[in-house]
Structure formats: structure tokens, C-alpha cells
Write a protein that binds this ligand. Structure first.
Ligand code: ADP
Length: 174
């Protein structure tokens, strides 16, 4: 697997699947979620509504991932995952790791071999960037998958720097 870092907007990525930092309602929100729905058009929200009605009437649980069409995005699919809200009192890192694992599992089910991830939970959900980057990089590297091209798409220079450091700390790939 090749891991690359990109600074920019995930909605423009030409990959098989783009991961969305969704909320459990699957009905859209701010941040990367809002950007994906805006640029991808109404087909994504339609698919999310149907999924909610058929499988997730109580919402998609934290740490899980589910795929829909990518609408008008260059990607073929959007994989929606629900990150945990950061808590200083409780260690929720396993749930954040689960977002990356479950997204790769969903990608494998689709046959997607290139996947772009945002820095899940580091916006409204307030996860410290350095720690979120370490969990993201370590989890993706440790997950068996047929995905060959993983792209972390970081919105800010700070996020990019944090992921670069996490990637360097992880050492050469196996
Ligand atoms: P969460 O609720 O999981 O924290 P957010 O969307 O609020 O999700 O933020 C997750 C990360 O995505 C943040 O680091 C934010 O800066 C970044 N982000 C926001 N918009 C985009 C975008 N269009 N492309 C890539 N990353 C984005």
C-alpha cells in the first residue's frame, strides 16, 4: 500500500472512494460533510436517507462506515464514517481507529483500490491533530486490505504537518 499526503479539498480527489467524516444521522452537517454534499449534489443525501430508513433508523453507530454513490464528485463512492467526539476524560481512540479500519473494509467490499481520507474527528469533534494523525496512519498501515493507494487529504498546513510527522514516526512501510 502506498500512503500519500495531499493538502487541499477532498471533494476534488480523483480516487475510487472518498471518506466522509459524517455524523450518525447521515443527513449532512458542516465541515467536510457539508463540502461533500454540496459538491456531490443531492444523489448522496438521497442514498443516505434510504440507508437510514432501511438499516440505521437510530443512526450509524460511531466507528462504523457505510458507502453510497459519490453523485457528481470525481470519485465513484463516498464512504461515510462516524468519528468519535474527543473526550479528555475517556480514551476513545479505539473508535477513531475503527473508522479507518471499517472504511477500508467498506472499500474492499466495493472493490475500491484508491481511497482518500480526511482527518476524521479533528474538526467539530475536536480531536487533537497530532494524536488523530498518529491513530490514522498507524491504523491504516496495520489494516489488511486490497486498497493500494491511500491518500490523506488535509485541509490546513497544520494538519498536513501533523500527518507528515506521524508518517515519518511510523518508519518505512513493511
Ligand atoms: P468531524 O466532525 O469528524 O470533526 P469536520 O468535518 O468538522 O469533521 O472536520 C474534520 C477535518 O476535515 C478537519 O480537520 C477539517 O479541517 C477538515 N476539512 C473540512 N473541510 C474539508 C474538505 N473540503 N476537504 C478535506 N478536509 C476538510
Amino acid at each position: 500500500m502506498r500512503i500519500t499526503l495531499v493538502q487541499g479539498d477532498i471533494t476534488g480527489q480523483d480516487v475510487d472512494a472518498v471518506v466522509n467524516a459524517a455524523n450518525s444521522s447521515l443527513l449532512g452537517g458542516g465541515g467536510v460533510d457539508g463540502a461533500i454534499h454540496r459538491r456531490g449534489g443531492p444523489a448522496i443525501l438521497d442514498a443516505c436517507r434510504k440507508l437510514r430508513a432501511s438499516h440505521y433508523d437510530k443512526g450509524l453507530p460511531t466507528g462504523r462506515a457505510v458507502a453510497t454513490t459519490a453523485g457528481e464528485l470525481p470519485a465513484r463512492w463516498v464512504i461515510h464514517t462516524v468519528g468519535p467526539v474527543f473526550s479528555a476524560a475517556e480514551d476513545r481512540s479505539e473508535l477513531l481507529a475503527s473508522c479507518y479500519r471499517e472504511s477500508l473494509r467498506a472499500a474492499d467490499e466495493l472493490g475500491a483500490t484508491s481511497v482518500a481520507f480526511p482527518a476524521v474527528s479533528t474538526g467539530v469533534y475536536r480531536w487533537p491533530m497530532a494524536e488523530a494523525a498518529r491513530i490514522a496512519v498507524d491504523t491504516v498501515r496495520a489494516t489488511p486490505t486490497r486498497v493500494m493507494d491511500v491518500r490523506f487529504v488535509l485541509f490546513t498546513p497544520d494538519a498536513y504537518a501533523a500527518f507528515e510527522q506521524a508518517l515519518n514516526a511510523a518508519g518505512p512501510a513493511d
